[in-house]
Design a protein around this ligand. Structure first.
Ligand code: LLP
Length: 417
């Protein structure tokens, strides 16, 4: 999927030329389109129109404060997995009462913070965590709103690193254990049993496994109801796949209708946790070719972005579309090109075998970099993390300045012996 309009003149994002953005902010830079984020949020929310539905943006996909603030102004809830993610949501003026707190390793301090902030739910993933949440709620004199994440043992077709619904993974508990924990929550004066959750994996293109998980959750809802426990919601997680290349995008409308068929008339709210779907295709990584290099086997375009800025190709063998963002120069030569960064690893290949007419100093645009790009970046090779820019119509503004070496050194120089 490309955000970029290529005309006879130059590539633009909304009303702004990528060449101008490179001049103004330098490269490499992550650039997001406000209009595209808004369009994705609207498409997501309207697909679930007929349901009592709370979409909670998965903050792990992109935790930039300005992005979170945009999500908050659109009425979104948030799915957080750490105290720091919760703090980011609150600083972006997100509504704590629309926050679900997921994750297998919550610490006592994080539970305290979530409880005092008034989150919608703590999605418990083990009996140990359940005990801790009760203990912390008792100490704080607060009733903990508890959901339990079920591991439904359902396989989905996606990269193995991001499949989370099988029982060989660390996530959730069995349906039987979830029912027991929620019965205990109901019986405790320090907790409220509010929901059941699951999350099967990320970048899924097929709704069928999610519908099976939904049936399983509803069977537990029914069992609990016969024992006097009325839950407020089921949370079916995120994972809605987008197009990077020729994949089929997850078909939300059919999914929402099927869920409606299953939960209609039960008085249950539906919570979802979309991350990638809302932002992956609303961002690009703008990079410049430092030089080209050819040997007997390959032609390399060495760019100023690297695997520390965009880890997805090396970590998940992910494919991102690459296009030229400046006019072809007279020196341009045809590929296939290996698009590589300056880092000292062969894994530092951002794209392989690309047919492009390019030359030294050209600007390139790497698509679908809105989700799981900035959040997964690092300082490997002592590289500074990139700048982030939000485009809105004809204007663009910085939403995170480029790091400088002093930002990195500040954490170490005071301790230099
Ligand atoms: N909820 C939970 C509990 C999750 O673990 C995740 C993602 C989501 C929601 C959001 O999933 P989404 O709608 O974004 O697919 N770094 C990987 C993706 C890791 C996803 C981890 N969990 C990548 O770049 O593909």
């Amino acid at each position: 999927m490309s955000l970029i309009r290529e005309s006879d003149s130059e590539a633009t994002i909304e009303g702004v030329r990528l060449g101008d953005l490179a001049e103004r902010f330098g490269t490499p830079t992550l650039i997001y389109s406000r209009a595209e984020i808004n369009a994705r949020v609207t498409a997501f929310a309207s697909a679930f129109g007929a349901l009592d539905h709370l979409p909670c943006f998965a903050v792990k996909a992109n935790n930039n404060l300005s992005i979170l603030s945009l999500m908050a102004t659109r009425g979104m809830g948030f799915d957080v997995v750490s105290g720091n993610e919760l703090e980011r949501v609150l600083r972006a003026r997100g509504d704590a009462s629309k926050v679900v707190f997921s994750g297998v390793g919550k610490l006592a301090g994080e539970l305290d913070f979530a409880l005092c902030s008034g989150v919608l739910s703590i999605n418990v993933e083990s009996s140990d965590e359940f005990e801790l949440a009760l203990e912390r709620a008792k100490l704080a004199g607060i009733q903990a709103p508890l959901s339990v994440r079920i591991n439904p043992d359902i396989r989905v077709s996606t990269h193995p690193y991001i499949a989370t619904g099988e029982k060989t993974t660390k996530f959730g508990v069995s349906a039987e254990q979830a029912a027991q924990l929620l019965l205990r929550a109901h019986a405790s004066k320090h907790a409220r049993a509010v929901g059941l959750a699951c999350h099967l994996g990320s970048q899924m293109t097929d709704a069928e496994p999610l519908l099976r998980a939904c049936s399983l959750l509803l069977s537990v809802v029914d069992e609990l109801q016969t024992r006097g426990v009325e839950l407020e919601f089921i949370d079916l997680g995120g994972g809605f796949g987008v197009r990077y290349n020729n994949e089929r995008e997850f078909e939300l409308g059919g999914y929402a209708r099927a869920i409606l068929g299953q939960i209609e008339g039960r008085g249950l709210k539906l919570v979802t946790e979309p991350g990638r779907f809302l932002i992956a295709n609303a961002g690009i990584l703008l990079t410049r070719i430092i030089r080209t290099k050819t040997n007997d086997a390959q032609r390399f375009a060495i760019v100023d972005a690297a695997m520390n800025d965009l880890i997805r190709p090396s970590l998940y063998q992910a494919w991102h579309r690459v296009s030229r963002a400046s006019l072809p120069s007279d020196e341009a030569s045809e590929g296939p090109w290996e698009i590589v960064g300056p880092i000292c690893e062969t894994a530092d290949t951002l794209a392989s075998g690309r047919e492009l007419a390019i030359a030294k100093d050209d600007l390139l645009c790497i698509d679908s970099c809105g989700a799981y790009v900035s959040v997964l970046s690092s300082n490997y090779n002592a590289r500074n993390r990139v700048a982030e820019v939000l485009v809105d119509g004809d204007s663009a503004r910085l939403i995170r300045r480029r790091e400088c070496l002093n930002d990195q050194l500040a954490l170490e120089t005071p301790y230099l012996a």
